[in-house]
Ligand binder design. Structure first.
Ligand SMILES: Cc1cc2nc3c(=O)[nH]c(=O)nc-3n(C[C@H](O)[C@H](O)[C@H](O)COP(=O)(O)OP(=O)(O)OC[C@H]3O[C@@H](n4cnc5c(N)ncnc54)[C@H](O)[C@@H]3O)c2cc1C
Length: 310
Protein backbone atom coordinates (compact mmCIF):
# COMPACT_ATOMS: atom_id res chain seq x y z
CA UNK A 1 0.00 0.00 0.00
CA UNK A 2 1.28 3.46 -0.93
CA UNK A 3 0.69 6.52 1.24
CA UNK A 4 -1.44 9.46 0.21
CA UNK A 5 -0.07 13.02 0.27
CA UNK A 6 -2.00 13.87 3.43
CA UNK A 7 0.09 11.42 5.45
CA UNK A 8 3.37 13.37 5.17
CA UNK A 9 1.52 16.60 5.85
CA UNK A 10 -0.12 15.25 9.01
CA UNK A 11 3.15 13.79 10.28
CA UNK A 12 4.98 17.09 9.73
CA UNK A 13 2.26 18.92 11.63
CA UNK A 14 2.08 16.53 14.56
CA UNK A 15 5.67 15.37 15.11
CA UNK A 16 8.71 17.25 16.36
CA UNK A 17 11.07 14.92 14.51
CA UNK A 18 11.86 14.84 10.78
CA UNK A 19 9.72 13.56 7.90
CA UNK A 20 11.32 13.30 4.44
CA UNK A 21 10.07 11.81 1.17
CA UNK A 22 11.99 9.57 -1.25
CA UNK A 23 15.11 9.29 0.91
CA UNK A 24 17.79 6.95 -0.51
CA UNK A 25 18.31 4.13 1.98
CA UNK A 26 21.57 2.73 0.59
CA UNK A 27 23.73 5.16 2.64
CA UNK A 28 21.82 4.09 5.78
CA UNK A 29 22.76 0.42 5.33
CA UNK A 30 26.11 -1.29 5.84
CA UNK A 31 25.79 -2.99 2.44
CA UNK A 32 25.27 0.43 0.79
CA UNK A 33 22.47 -1.13 -1.28
CA UNK A 34 18.79 -0.35 -1.81
CA UNK A 35 16.30 2.16 -3.19
CA UNK A 36 14.47 5.00 -1.43
CA UNK A 37 12.06 5.08 1.49
CA UNK A 38 8.72 6.51 0.41
CA UNK A 39 8.77 8.43 3.70
CA UNK A 40 11.61 8.35 6.24
CA UNK A 41 10.38 9.38 9.69
CA UNK A 42 12.70 10.05 12.62
CA UNK A 43 10.81 10.94 15.81
CA UNK A 44 12.58 13.48 18.04
CA UNK A 45 12.49 11.37 21.22
CA UNK A 46 10.54 8.70 23.11
CA UNK A 47 7.31 10.74 23.44
CA UNK A 48 7.41 11.76 19.79
CA UNK A 49 7.85 8.08 18.88
CA UNK A 50 4.86 7.08 21.03
CA UNK A 51 2.76 9.73 19.31
CA UNK A 52 3.93 8.50 15.90
CA UNK A 53 3.01 4.87 16.62
CA UNK A 54 -0.41 5.91 17.94
CA UNK A 55 -1.03 7.80 14.68
CA UNK A 56 0.24 4.91 12.57
CA UNK A 57 -2.12 2.51 14.36
CA UNK A 58 -5.04 4.91 14.01
CA UNK A 59 -4.48 5.54 10.28
CA UNK A 60 -3.35 2.03 9.32
CA UNK A 61 -0.25 3.33 7.52
CA UNK A 62 2.24 0.61 6.52
CA UNK A 63 5.58 0.92 8.30
CA UNK A 64 8.83 -0.83 9.07
CA UNK A 65 11.81 -0.12 11.30
CA UNK A 66 15.36 0.67 10.27
CA UNK A 67 18.06 0.47 12.95
CA UNK A 68 21.71 0.76 11.96
CA UNK A 69 21.01 -1.11 8.72
CA UNK A 70 23.73 -3.62 9.56
CA UNK A 71 21.68 -6.76 9.04
CA UNK A 72 19.39 -5.69 6.24
CA UNK A 73 18.98 -6.05 2.49
CA UNK A 74 16.84 -3.20 1.13
CA UNK A 75 15.11 -3.83 -2.22
CA UNK A 76 16.34 -1.91 -5.28
CA UNK A 77 12.80 -0.58 -5.72
CA UNK A 78 12.94 0.85 -2.21
CA UNK A 79 10.35 0.60 0.54
CA UNK A 80 6.74 1.73 0.26
CA UNK A 81 5.14 3.29 3.34
CA UNK A 82 6.91 4.69 6.39
CA UNK A 83 10.45 3.71 7.24
CA UNK A 84 10.92 4.66 10.88
CA UNK A 85 14.32 5.27 12.44
CA UNK A 86 14.56 5.64 16.22
CA UNK A 87 18.11 7.03 16.22
CA UNK A 88 17.03 10.02 18.34
CA UNK A 89 15.46 7.81 21.03
CA UNK A 90 18.56 7.98 23.21
CA UNK A 91 17.47 7.87 26.84
CA UNK A 92 20.13 6.49 29.23
CA UNK A 93 19.36 6.01 32.93
CA UNK A 94 20.70 3.83 35.73
CA UNK A 95 17.48 3.32 37.75
CA UNK A 96 19.30 1.07 40.23
CA UNK A 97 22.90 -0.10 40.56
CA UNK A 98 24.12 -2.14 37.56
CA UNK A 99 20.81 -1.70 35.72
CA UNK A 100 20.70 0.45 32.56
CA UNK A 101 17.53 1.71 30.88
CA UNK A 102 18.21 2.66 27.26
CA UNK A 103 16.46 4.07 24.22
CA UNK A 104 16.41 1.82 21.14
CA UNK A 105 18.44 4.32 19.12
CA UNK A 106 21.68 3.93 21.07
CA UNK A 107 24.47 2.66 18.80
CA UNK A 108 25.63 -0.66 20.28
CA UNK A 109 29.37 0.22 20.08
CA UNK A 110 28.74 3.45 22.02
CA UNK A 111 26.68 1.60 24.61
CA UNK A 112 29.51 -0.88 25.12
CA UNK A 113 31.99 2.00 25.54
CA UNK A 114 29.63 3.48 28.14
CA UNK A 115 29.35 0.20 30.10
CA UNK A 116 33.15 -0.09 30.12
CA UNK A 117 33.41 3.49 31.40
CA UNK A 118 30.86 2.78 34.16
CA UNK A 119 32.49 -0.55 35.09
CA UNK A 120 29.40 -2.61 34.20
CA UNK A 121 30.13 -6.07 32.82
CA UNK A 122 28.05 -8.18 30.44
CA UNK A 123 28.29 -6.64 26.98
CA UNK A 124 32.02 -6.24 26.35
CA UNK A 125 32.30 -9.52 24.37
CA UNK A 126 29.85 -8.01 21.83
CA UNK A 127 32.34 -5.25 20.93
CA UNK A 128 32.61 -4.77 17.19
CA UNK A 129 28.99 -5.71 16.39
CA UNK A 130 27.53 -2.70 14.57
CA UNK A 131 23.94 -1.46 14.77
CA UNK A 132 21.60 -0.11 17.41
CA UNK A 133 20.23 -1.36 20.70
CA UNK A 134 16.82 -1.88 19.03
CA UNK A 135 18.37 -4.05 16.32
CA UNK A 136 20.45 -5.98 18.88
CA UNK A 137 17.29 -6.84 20.85
CA UNK A 138 15.29 -7.92 17.77
CA UNK A 139 18.17 -9.99 16.34
CA UNK A 140 19.42 -11.17 19.75
CA UNK A 141 22.84 -10.16 18.46
CA UNK A 142 25.66 -12.25 19.81
CA UNK A 143 28.85 -14.22 19.54
CA UNK A 144 29.84 -17.68 20.78
CA UNK A 145 30.46 -16.22 24.27
CA UNK A 146 26.88 -14.94 24.65
CA UNK A 147 23.99 -12.90 23.28
CA UNK A 148 22.45 -9.52 23.98
CA UNK A 149 19.19 -11.13 25.17
CA UNK A 150 20.99 -12.72 28.13
CA UNK A 151 21.37 -9.26 29.67
CA UNK A 152 17.82 -8.08 28.96
CA UNK A 153 15.56 -7.68 31.97
CA UNK A 154 12.56 -6.24 30.11
CA UNK A 155 11.69 -4.40 26.89
CA UNK A 156 9.25 -1.57 26.21
CA UNK A 157 7.41 -2.82 23.12
CA UNK A 158 4.94 -0.78 21.06
CA UNK A 159 2.39 -2.86 19.20
CA UNK A 160 -0.73 -1.48 17.51
CA UNK A 161 0.03 1.90 19.04
CA UNK A 162 0.15 0.62 22.64
CA UNK A 163 3.32 0.47 24.75
CA UNK A 164 3.81 -2.37 27.23
CA UNK A 165 6.82 -3.77 29.10
CA UNK A 166 7.67 -7.33 28.02
CA UNK A 167 9.71 -9.61 30.28
CA UNK A 168 12.78 -11.35 28.85
CA UNK A 169 10.73 -14.58 28.78
CA UNK A 170 8.01 -12.85 26.70
CA UNK A 171 10.69 -11.82 24.19
CA UNK A 172 11.53 -15.51 23.52
CA UNK A 173 15.18 -14.85 22.74
CA UNK A 174 16.72 -17.57 20.59
CA UNK A 175 19.70 -17.91 18.25
CA UNK A 176 19.71 -14.61 16.27
CA UNK A 177 15.97 -14.38 16.82
CA UNK A 178 13.26 -13.08 19.14
CA UNK A 179 9.51 -12.54 19.19
CA UNK A 180 10.15 -8.83 18.44
CA UNK A 181 10.48 -6.90 15.19
CA UNK A 182 7.89 -6.65 12.43
CA UNK A 183 4.92 -4.83 13.98
CA UNK A 184 6.46 -5.14 17.47
CA UNK A 185 8.67 -2.14 17.95
CA UNK A 186 11.44 -2.01 20.54
CA UNK A 187 11.38 1.44 22.11
CA UNK A 188 13.40 0.97 25.30
CA UNK A 189 15.21 -1.81 27.07
CA UNK A 190 16.39 -2.49 30.61
CA UNK A 191 19.63 -4.41 31.01
CA UNK A 192 20.91 -6.19 34.11
CA UNK A 193 24.71 -5.93 34.19
CA UNK A 194 27.32 -6.89 36.79
CA UNK A 195 29.72 -4.62 38.69
CA UNK A 196 33.34 -4.86 37.52
CA UNK A 197 36.28 -2.56 36.85
CA UNK A 198 36.74 -0.38 33.78
CA UNK A 199 40.31 -1.65 33.31
CA UNK A 200 39.25 -5.30 33.19
CA UNK A 201 36.32 -4.58 30.86
CA UNK A 202 38.48 -2.47 28.53
CA UNK A 203 40.92 -5.38 28.22
CA UNK A 204 38.10 -7.82 27.41
CA UNK A 205 36.60 -5.43 24.87
CA UNK A 206 39.99 -5.02 23.19
CA UNK A 207 40.42 -8.82 23.01
CA UNK A 208 36.99 -9.14 21.34
CA UNK A 209 37.86 -6.41 18.82
CA UNK A 210 41.24 -8.00 18.07
CA UNK A 211 39.62 -11.37 17.41
CA UNK A 212 37.05 -9.74 15.12
CA UNK A 213 39.70 -7.80 13.17
CA UNK A 214 41.48 -11.08 12.42
CA UNK A 215 38.36 -13.15 11.60
CA UNK A 216 36.35 -10.58 9.64
CA UNK A 217 38.80 -8.56 7.58
CA UNK A 218 36.67 -8.62 4.42
CA UNK A 219 37.45 -5.14 3.07
CA UNK A 220 34.12 -4.35 1.36
CA UNK A 221 30.68 -3.23 2.54
CA UNK A 222 28.78 -6.19 3.99
CA UNK A 223 26.02 -7.14 6.43
CA UNK A 224 27.91 -9.63 8.58
CA UNK A 225 26.84 -13.27 8.43
CA UNK A 226 24.22 -13.80 5.74
CA UNK A 227 23.07 -17.27 6.88
CA UNK A 228 22.34 -18.76 10.29
CA UNK A 229 24.53 -21.68 11.29
CA UNK A 230 22.41 -24.83 10.91
CA UNK A 231 22.42 -27.02 14.06
CA UNK A 232 25.78 -28.79 14.27
CA UNK A 233 27.35 -26.97 11.29
CA UNK A 234 29.06 -23.72 10.38
CA UNK A 235 27.41 -22.02 7.42
CA UNK A 236 30.78 -20.75 6.16
CA UNK A 237 32.26 -24.26 6.13
CA UNK A 238 29.32 -25.65 4.13
CA UNK A 239 29.61 -22.77 1.64
CA UNK A 240 33.38 -23.19 1.31
CA UNK A 241 33.05 -26.97 0.90
CA UNK A 242 30.69 -26.38 -2.05
CA UNK A 243 33.37 -24.37 -3.85
CA UNK A 244 31.50 -21.09 -3.48
CA UNK A 245 34.31 -18.98 -1.99
CA UNK A 246 34.60 -15.88 -4.21
CA UNK A 247 31.43 -16.78 -6.20
CA UNK A 248 30.05 -13.66 -7.90
CA UNK A 249 26.85 -12.24 -9.28
CA UNK A 250 27.67 -8.82 -10.72
CA UNK A 251 29.32 -6.83 -7.94
CA UNK A 252 27.94 -9.10 -5.19
CA UNK A 253 30.51 -11.66 -4.11
CA UNK A 254 30.82 -14.43 -1.51
CA UNK A 255 33.73 -13.05 0.49
CA UNK A 256 37.11 -14.67 -0.17
CA UNK A 257 38.00 -14.15 3.52
CA UNK A 258 34.77 -15.23 5.23
CA UNK A 259 32.41 -17.39 3.15
CA UNK A 260 29.32 -16.51 5.21
CA UNK A 261 29.70 -12.84 4.23
CA UNK A 262 28.53 -11.43 0.90
CA UNK A 263 30.38 -8.26 -0.02
CA UNK A 264 29.47 -5.36 -2.27
CA UNK A 265 32.46 -4.90 -4.59
CA UNK A 266 31.21 -1.50 -5.74
CA UNK A 267 27.82 -1.24 -7.38
CA UNK A 268 26.07 -4.45 -6.30
CA UNK A 269 22.27 -4.38 -6.40
CA UNK A 270 19.84 -6.07 -4.03
CA UNK A 271 18.77 -8.30 -6.94
CA UNK A 272 22.38 -9.48 -7.38
CA UNK A 273 22.76 -10.19 -3.66
CA UNK A 274 19.48 -12.12 -3.60
CA UNK A 275 20.45 -14.12 -6.71
CA UNK A 276 23.72 -15.03 -5.00
CA UNK A 277 21.88 -16.00 -1.80
CA UNK A 278 19.58 -18.30 -3.80
CA UNK A 279 22.54 -19.82 -5.67
CA UNK A 280 24.38 -20.54 -2.40
CA UNK A 281 21.24 -22.08 -0.89
CA UNK A 282 20.67 -24.31 -3.95
CA UNK A 283 24.28 -25.48 -4.19
CA UNK A 284 24.54 -26.25 -0.46
CA UNK A 285 21.15 -28.00 -0.40
CA UNK A 286 22.06 -29.99 -3.53
CA UNK A 287 25.37 -31.16 -2.07
CA UNK A 288 24.41 -31.71 1.58
CA UNK A 289 20.61 -31.67 1.88
CA UNK A 290 20.97 -28.78 4.37
CA UNK A 291 18.80 -25.71 3.83
CA UNK A 292 20.67 -22.51 4.77
CA UNK A 293 18.30 -19.94 6.28
CA UNK A 294 19.08 -16.24 5.89
CA UNK A 295 20.06 -14.46 9.10
CA UNK A 296 19.70 -11.09 7.39
CA UNK A 297 16.31 -9.39 7.14
CA UNK A 298 14.73 -8.01 3.96
CA UNK A 299 12.99 -4.65 3.58
CA UNK A 300 10.86 -3.61 0.64
CA UNK A 301 9.39 -5.22 -2.44
CA UNK A 302 11.59 -7.79 -4.17
CA UNK A 303 8.87 -8.31 -6.83
CA UNK A 304 9.68 -11.18 -9.17
CA UNK A 305 12.50 -12.26 -6.85
CA UNK A 306 9.79 -14.20 -4.94
CA UNK A 307 9.49 -14.36 -1.15
CA UNK A 308 12.83 -12.97 -0.04
CA UNK A 309 12.27 -13.83 3.60
CA UNK A 310 12.11 -17.60 3.06
C1 LIG B 1 30.68 -6.32 9.92
C2 LIG B 1 29.48 -6.88 10.64
C3 LIG B 1 29.67 -7.79 11.67
C4 LIG B 1 28.57 -8.33 12.35
N1 LIG B 1 28.80 -9.21 13.37
C5 LIG B 1 27.75 -9.71 14.05
C6 LIG B 1 27.97 -10.63 15.13
O1 LIG B 1 29.10 -10.98 15.49
N2 LIG B 1 26.88 -11.12 15.78
C7 LIG B 1 25.61 -10.75 15.43
O2 LIG B 1 24.66 -11.22 16.07
N3 LIG B 1 25.38 -9.89 14.41
C8 LIG B 1 26.41 -9.37 13.72
N4 LIG B 1 26.18 -8.51 12.67
C9 LIG B 1 24.79 -8.20 12.27
C10 LIG B 1 24.18 -6.93 12.92
O3 LIG B 1 25.20 -6.05 13.33
C11 LIG B 1 23.28 -7.26 14.10
O4 LIG B 1 22.24 -8.13 13.72
C12 LIG B 1 22.66 -5.97 14.69
O5 LIG B 1 22.15 -6.26 15.97
C13 LIG B 1 21.55 -5.38 13.84
O6 LIG B 1 21.21 -4.11 14.39
P1 LIG B 1 20.74 -2.89 13.48
O7 LIG B 1 20.36 -1.78 14.38
O8 LIG B 1 21.75 -2.60 12.44
O9 LIG B 1 19.42 -3.52 12.84
P2 LIG B 1 18.93 -3.39 11.32
O10 LIG B 1 19.87 -4.15 10.45
O11 LIG B 1 18.65 -1.99 10.97
O12 LIG B 1 17.55 -4.19 11.43
C14 LIG B 1 17.52 -5.57 11.69
C15 LIG B 1 16.05 -5.97 11.92
O13 LIG B 1 15.59 -5.40 13.14
C16 LIG B 1 14.45 -4.55 12.90
N5 LIG B 1 14.56 -3.44 13.84
C17 LIG B 1 15.60 -2.58 13.99
N6 LIG B 1 15.36 -1.74 15.02
C18 LIG B 1 14.14 -2.08 15.51
C19 LIG B 1 13.34 -1.60 16.59
N7 LIG B 1 13.72 -0.58 17.37
N8 LIG B 1 12.14 -2.19 16.82
C20 LIG B 1 11.72 -3.22 16.03
N9 LIG B 1 12.43 -3.71 15.00
C21 LIG B 1 13.63 -3.15 14.76
C22 LIG B 1 14.54 -4.17 11.43
O14 LIG B 1 13.27 -3.85 10.91
C23 LIG B 1 15.10 -5.46 10.84
O15 LIG B 1 14.07 -6.40 10.68
C24 LIG B 1 27.26 -7.95 11.98
C25 LIG B 1 27.07 -7.03 10.93
C26 LIG B 1 28.17 -6.50 10.27
C27 LIG B 1 27.94 -5.50 9.17
Amino acid sequence: MKLDGACAEQLRLELRGTVAAQVPLAPLTRWRIGGPAELLVRPADRDDALHLFALVAQQGWPYCLLGGGSNLLVADAGVAGLVIQLDAVRLLEEPRPACLRLGAGWPLPRLIAETVRRGLAGLEHLAGIPGTVGGAVVMNAGVAAGCFGQRVQRVLVVEDGLARWWSAADCAFAYRDSALGGRRVVLEVELELAPSTSAELAARREAALRHRRQAQRVGWPNAGSVFRNPPGYSAWQLIAACGLRGERCGDAQVSEQHCNFIVNRGTATAAEVLTLIRRVQQRVAGATGICLEPEIHFLGDFGAMDDANS
